[in-house]
Design a binder for this molecule. Structure first.
Ligand code: DLL
Length: 441
């Protein structure tokens, strides 16, 4: 395992300055060396990768430049399901120290595994992400990501410990207790999904607790798409700086990428991952700056090397200089997943676009659900919104009209708007359910 250079942990702007500010040429050379060994690991130890490379007539030694990655096959989520549970692991179970899994809505879960070194690299990258977000050694980190098979809880936990912070392993739920402990333990850093952070704020307000007066200064929020409008809302109600953190279990977990103080995209940690953006239809790699599907190849993972994993997440890359001094590419805010795209009367719409219209409109709370139903052969979409406390019922019609009008004028689609009383939209304790798909499966 590599030894990372540390300044006194967490005291500076960068946790691993040598890696984070490495000149891009040197970073590319490091990536190539690691790519070659990662491809070799996949080829030698994972039958699926070997079979696909053999079929394409490519051997690990054919990877001579970073662009050669484009000669490799893609890996998709169903590959993990098809090789359930351990068929894509490059190490025997005896070399592993941890499994995580995501519960698929249909069929088998996807299982991911880690060696001791994988866990250590993950802790390093999550600690690096936390410092990038503004956390420091000695901080009390209140971790409200779910513990268990989900990677959020343990990922943030190990990162906080590696940083030298004091972690409160709260997990999701028991929201009133979360509020009390944030106050009593003096948490400076909050880790949660943005939707759960809002739920915490709401419960605090209902208890008459002002979290803006707490010690909270930094929020590490991720695991679901969220808009700048939600960011503003969370910042105003919790009195902290909200920073976006990204990751996925198939690649590692949280800490694959994180914003810095400039918040102009999330630095993807290129010493451990290779990022591409492709056209989801053709699979062709797109020039930097164009929006498409993010594809990630792991460079250091031992137990589960991933070659060109199609994340389904839609974004753009930007490798221009960042004022923070980090040289690693920026992954611009994920606007949604391919799978989440709705087709409303022929128009492609992401839930995040609807969210951007809703948040901040007068009289409505930042909680909503989009309901998709099948009426005859057509999909019907309605948007459920919730009024703020104190809005009288005879105003609901006017609120529905206002929201519907803005959805139409800003996105170009007509959607039914259903206005509900305060508290009627379910609150999340983890990833928010933004779309209720009632279409027959
Ligand atoms: O959500 C890992 C994570 C935990 C990331 C905590 C950040 C914080 P999965 O459950 O495998 O892993 O889900 C991964 O969640 O492909 C995205 O679609 C979505 N996602 C994660 N972070 C963000 C983000 C964790 N910052 C899937 N913005 C990913 C938008 C995100 N979407």
């Amino acid at each position: 395992m590599e030894t990372m250079t540390r300044n006194s942990v967490g005291s500076g702007r960068h946790l691993h300055p040598a890696q984070e500010t490495m000149p891009r040429e040197q970073l590319a050379a490091l990536q190539l060396e690691r790519l070659r060994s990662s491809v070799r690991n996949a080829y030698d130890n994972v039958p699926m990768h070997r079979a696909r490379m053999d079929a394409a007539g490519i051997a690990p030694d054919d990877i001579r430049t970073l662009a050669d990655v484009q000669r490799l096959h893609f890996t998709v989520k169903t590959d993990l399901r098809d090789h359930y549970p351990y068929g894509m692991f490059a190490r025997p179970l005896s070399d592993l120290v941890r499994l995580h899994a995501s519960s698929g809505t249909t069929g088998k879960p996807t299982v991911v595994g880690y060696t001791k070194d994988d866990i250590s690299n993950w802790a390093d990258l999550m600690a690096r992400s936390m410092v990038s977000a503004g956390a420091r050694a000695g901080d009390v980190v209140h971790n409200a990501y779910g513990y268990g098979l989900f990677t959020g809880g343990l990922g943030a936990h190990y990162g906080a410990e590696r940083l030298g912070a004091v972690v409160v392993p709260m997990s999701g739920g028991s929201t009133e207790r979360q509020v009390a402990l944030i106050m009593d333990f003096g948490a400076r850093v909050l880790c949660a999904t943005p939707s759960y952070a809002l739920a915490i704020a709401e419960v605090a307000e209902s208890q008459g607790v002002d979290l803006r007066q707490s010690a909270l200064e930094v929020g590490l929020f991720g695991a679901e798409p969220w808009s700048d409008a939600i960011r503003a809302e969370v910042e105003a109600r919790l009195g902290l700086k909200a920073v976006d953190v990204y990751g996925l279990s198939e690649i590692m977990g949280p800490g694959v990428a994180c914003e810095c103080e400039c918040r102009r995209g999330l630095h993807g940690w290129e010493d451990h991952f290779l990022f591409e953006v492709i056209d989801p239809e053709t699979g062709r790699v797109l020039p930097e700056g164009e929006a498409g599907e993010l594809v990630i190849t792991t460079l250091t993972k031992q137990a589960l090397p991933m070659l060109r994993y199609r994340t389904r997440d839609i974004t753009r890359l930007d490798s221009t200089r960042c004022d923070c001094g980090r040289t690693h590419v920026r992954i611009l805010r994920i606007t949604g997943r391919n799978d989440d795209m709705l087709i409303i009367r022929g128009v492609n719409v992401y839930p995040s676009q609807i969210e951007a219209v809703l948040i901040g409109r007068p009289h409505i709370a930042p909680h909503y659900q989009i309901v998709v139903e099948r009426k005859g052969s057509l999909d019907e979409v309605s948007v459920e919104v919730e009024v703020l406390p104190g809005v009288p019922e005879d105003r609901y019609g006017a609120v529905a009209h206002d929201v519907g009008h803005h959805i139409k004028s800003m996105i170009g689609v007509t959607a039914d708007v259903i206005v509900k009383p305060p508290g009627a939209i379910p609150r999340s304790q983890g990833k928010a359910v933004r779309v209720r798909d009632l279409r027959p499966k």
